[in-house]
Structure formats: C-alpha cells, structure tokens
Design a protein around this ligand. Structure first.
Ligand SMILES: C[S@@+](CC[C@H](N)C(=O)[O-])C[C@H]1O[C@@H](n2cnc3c(N)ncnc32)[C@H](O)[C@@H]1O
Length: 264
C-alpha cells in the first residue's frame, strides 16, 4: 500500500506524500516519483526537494488539515478543540456531525475517537460530500486509528431513522448548518440521557433560535459563548507581545445536554 509521510517546512507548512511508485504532482513541491525520491530516507531525516529543505515526519491531524481540499467553510482547531473537550468526546465515543461540508470538524473528531469510536456524518449536498469524503479517506490512511465512519448523504431534518440504524445512543451531536433549529428535534431522540448536543452558530440570530429550540425540547444549556483566539509574537527588540493581526470571529457555540424526564 505504501506509507504516507509528511514533508515539513520549518515554519510548519507540510506536504503529504504517498510513498508509492509513479510520478505524482504535489501542490507546492512539484512533480516527482515519491518512492524514488524518498529511497534511502526515513522518518526524522532531512531532504531537499527543489529549493526546499524539509523534515520527513509522521503525518497527523495538523498535516492532514493543511493538505485538505476545502469547499465549504471549515471548523478550525480553536472551536473543534473546545467542543471535543467540553462535550467529553474521546476514545470510543459515538458522535454525529452535520453538515459534513469539507469534513473539517469530522477530521478533528476522527483523530480522537480511535478505532472503537463511531462517527456519523450527514451532508445534503453531493458536491460537498465528495470533498469531505476524499479528505476523510486520506485521513484514514494517515492516522494510526480511525473510527467506524458513516456518511449519510441526505438532509439532517430527515436522517434520524438512518442514523439510528447505525447508533441510537449517541454521546454527542454537533450541528453546523445554516438553520440548526430546524433539524435539532430530529437528532435529540438519538442522544443518550446525559449526551450533549452542540450548535455552531456564526450569527446571534442563529444562536438565539437554536437556544430556544433546545430548551423547548427539554435540553439544558450547559455553555454558550465564543472562543476568542489572540496570537502573540516575538517582538524584534525583545520580549513577546500580542501580534498585529485582528481577532477574527468564527461562531457562537451552544452546548446543551439531554436530561432524564420528570418522574411520574
Ligand atoms: C459550514 S458547512 C459545514 C462545515 C463542516 N462542519 C466543517 O467543519 O468542515 C455547512 C454544510 O452543511 C450542509 N447542510 C446545510 N443544511 C443541511 C441539512 N439540512 N442537512 C445536511 N446538510 C446540510 C451544507 O451543504 C454545507 O456543506
């Protein structure tokens, strides 16, 4: 099958290369036969390709993310990392996410679920599903462990029965679509008691409508807000300080939990 390696520039840019015979074109590196070029080199070595000197490293999530194809807007490490930790997602968890888009969030989830985990992705646009699926298939070859992954090509608003055929006691569900409040009622019955549902809401009106809907369905809002990322830099005359780049907005997050219903 040939192993995947990452050729890493010192600044963190990286190129995924499949060590198999035959000429390939790798964007940013050019055309070459990877097997011939890497002959005699291994993980941890330094290699020169064209003008670039690169470290050969084992690819993991960051390298796969830098090489992924993008069609829809993707959820990045700032928000995905928080969702994973707050929602208690880890090895063996059962998780549903949608819309799948280019698979940005799904890649983060796949990297922590291990082979005992289950991940269900839902996407209603065929051209997005194709891009996301290609990114996930490559990640599967790159990670040491990959979950039991299912892609449902359909609308979240009517995917409940297909998803429950795969798993009906989800630990977590994360909704990233334009109108989350229209699909939440379809997903909530799939959650185990104590399971969590999160909505990724770029605007305040999406947040408010989703908040009202989870409360209407009896879920308890555990956390809502946004993650603010402020990068620091090394100053030229010494010291470290916040950089000049603006602090961007991604989305407001809403995390809620399904609780047991009232005793009769
Ligand atoms: C912003 S993108 C998702 C990005 C993804 N979470 C990521 O991190 O890469 C939103 C996706 O949801 C899909 N979508 C919108 N409404 C949907 C629905 N009702 N059911 C399934 N997918 C939907 C869109 O086609 C689009 O691909």
């Amino acid at each position: 099958m040939g192993e995947w390696v990452a050729l890493r520039e010192d600044d963190g840019r990286a190129y995924l290369v499949h060590r198999v015979p035959g000429e390939v074109k790798v964007k940013g590196l050019g055309r070459f036969d990877a097997e011939k070029m890497l002959d005699g080199y291994g993980i941890g070595d330094r290699i020169t390709v064209g003008q670039k000197t690169l470290s050969i490293v084992n690819p993991r999530l960051p390298e796969a993310r830098r090489n992924m194809s993008r069609r829809a807007q993707v959820i990045g490490a700032k928000d995905a990392g928080f969702l994973v930790s707050w929602m208690g997602i880890g090895v063996g968890s059962k998780v549903l996410e949608g819309g799948h888009g280019s698979g940005g969030l799904a890649m983060h989830l796949a990297s922590v679920l291990g082979r005992s985990g289950t991940l269900i992705s839902v996407e209603n646009r065929n051209e997005h599903a194709e891009v996301g699926s290609a990114n996930m298939k490559r990640l599967e070859q790159v990670l040491p462990e990959f979950p039991d992954w299912h892609l449902i090509e359909g609308d979240l608003a009517s995917s409940g029965s297909v998803a429950s055929g795969i798993c009906d006691d989800l630990d977590a569900a994360i909704i990233d679509v334009a109108e989350p409040w229209t699909v939440i009622s379809e997903i909530v019955p799939l959650l185990r008691i104590g399971g969590r549902l999160a909505c990724y809401c770029p605007t305040t009106s999406q947040l408010e409508k989703s908040w009202d809907e989870v409360e209407r369905l009896g879920l308890i809002v555990e956390w809502s807000g946004e993650m603010v990322e402020r990068r620091w830099t090394k100053a030229s005359k010494g010291g470290v300080r916040p950089g000049n780049q603006p602090m961007g907005h991604t989305a407001f997050l809403l995390i809620s939990a399904r609780i047991a219903s009232e005793e009769e």
